[in-house]
Ligand binder design. Structure first.
Ligand code: DGP
Length: 139
């Protein structure tokens, strides 16, 4: 499997750094974002390192899409947000900060006025842990 030793998400896949894991299968992993734009913000990645949508192989893109659907359903069911955005960034101009293909599953609240460049602010780890357990229970 292709990995990048300097990639933070590859380190999460390898278990070298911790995450609040929601789900995994043979080729994908889902975990909580530690800089959440909103409560319940989750990520889905292929386990293999591919930088962006332009290069990720079709079968992995499809596998990620299937996992995204599962996570979006679980987030909706567990947290009952007013909506969920599925967002994916490619390149600096699109505010991609981690160069390992990933999809954001972003719960929304009516009126939150969330912008695409939501900034990278550390979340409350205890709240993130509680959210991860609530979402996992809905999977
Ligand atoms: P983007 O900016 O679209 O490339 O999204 C990358 C996201 O990854 C961003 O929302 C913050 C999150 N992130 C960065 N480092 C870590 C980490 O070490 N662990 C977790 N769980 N999330 C991270």
């Amino acid at each position: 499997m292709q990995t990048d030793k300097d990639c933070i998400f590859c380190k999460i896949v390898a278990g070298e750094i911790p995450c609040f894991k929601l789900y995994e299968d043979d080729s994908t992993l889902s975990f909580m974002d530690i800089n959440p734009a909103n409560e319940g913000h989750a990520l889905v990645i292929p386990k293999e390192h591919w930088r962006n949508v332009y290069v990720v192989p079709d079968d992995l893109f499809a596998a990620v899409a299937v996992s995204v659907k599962k996570i979006a359903q679980a987030v909706q069911s567990a947290l009952s947000p007013d909506g969920v955005n599925v967002v994916q960034a490619n390149g600096k101009g699109a505010a991609q900060s981690v160069e390992h293909f990933h999809v954001h599953v972003l719960p929304r609240t009516l009126g939150d006025e969330l912008k695409l460049n939501w900034g990278l602010n550390p979340g409350d780890m205890e709240r993130i842990k509680i959210c991860s357990e609530t979402i996992k229970a809905a999977l």
